[in-house]
Design a binder for this molecule. Structure first.
Ligand SMILES: N[C@@H](CCC(=O)N[C@@H](CS)C(=O)NCC(=O)O)C(=O)O
Length: 268
């Protein structure tokens, strides 16, 4: 039994009305917001508190999400916490200390770049999405994304070896295997015929992942071999770098050195 003092259920409380005489400033503000909303300048999905992207650009999957956010013009705050070196900070958002993690404006957190970019596509108008909705184009995009991710996985495993395993305990055959798989995957991507982007006229997730994987491969493969053996991918990467979404997320030398990815004994 509710006490006499208890509050009535929310639905029964009469809504406060904004009254020009009683609250002129609030009314002016409300009118401005309503005007903006009607003007078309106000896009529901962009008028949000910034989302938070957790992970450094040296993580290719985080970079994939960062590039996607930038291409879609979605505001976000970047928290470049490293999964290994700053695990406790990452765990605040992602209990398994995995990046990327994206905290949405309502506080919920998504992990895994596939889920994240799928969500981001769902909040922008159909014409701006970075994955085709259906049909053969979608299948092709999924193939390229699959190869891009598989190539990047090989780079990431190789890098884990460099970062985590002392020189004396590294397994040469494992490293050679990763390199061979990576080169096979890059060859598949290199065979794509469309121009200027992998699906033709429009940039898509296929280009994002192919470029991220190709650029990350430079840590694993000797740089000269890379552009000689994969001229189409090199041209694709060069074209992508004209866009700030790509150029502003390229990990810099310091970041690579701090991660232990380049340094004295890591030449291939
Ligand atoms: N499938 C995941 C892979 C994420 C992933 O491998 N993240 C790496 C950094 S690139 C990581 O956090 N590694 C630390 C760990 O998994 O413990 C995705 O697409 O986001």
């Amino acid at each position: 039994m509710p006490s006499a003092k208890s509050k009535p259920p929310l639905a029964t409380v009469p809504r406060a009305r904004l009254d020009d005489a009683a609250a002129p400033r609030q009314c002016r503000l409300a009118r401005k917001v309503a005007k903006l909303a009607c003007s078309g300048l106000f896009n529901e999905h962009r008028w949000r508190l910034a989302m938070k992207l957790v992970g450094p650009w040296v993580s290719g999957y985080t970079r994939r999400v960062g590039i996607t956010l930038k291409l879609l013009n979605l505001p976000f705050e970047h928290l470049p916490f490293h999964a290994y070196r700053e695990a406790e900070r990452v765990k605040v958002f992602s209990p398994m200390a995995r990046v990327p993690a994206l905290q949405l404006d309502d506080g919920q957190v998504l992990i895994d770049s596939h889920a994240i970019v799928d969500y981001l596509d769902s909040i922008v108008p159909a014409g701006e999405r970075l994955m085709p909705a259906s049909g053969p184009e979608r299948v092709r995009a999924m193939q390229w994304v699959g190869y891009g991710c598989a190539c990047y996985d090989k780079v990431a495993r190789y890098c884990d070896e460099l970062m985590l395993r002392p020189d004396a305990h590294r397994l040469a055959h494992l490293q050679a295997g990763y390199r061979a798989q990576l080169e096979s995957g890059l060859r598949v991507l290199e065979a794509a015929q469309a121009h200027p982007w992998l699906l033709g006229s429009r940039i898509s997730q296929a280009d994002i992942m192919a470029v991220v994987a190709f650029q990350s491969a430079s840590v694993v493969l000797p740089p000269t071999r890379e552009s000689e053996a994969f001229p189409r991918l090199a041209a694709l990467a060069q074209q992508a770098m004209q866009l700030t979404a790509f150029s502003s997320t390229l990990p810099d030398l310091e970041e690579l050195q701090a991660s232990g990815l380049i340094g004295a004994n890591h030449g291939v």
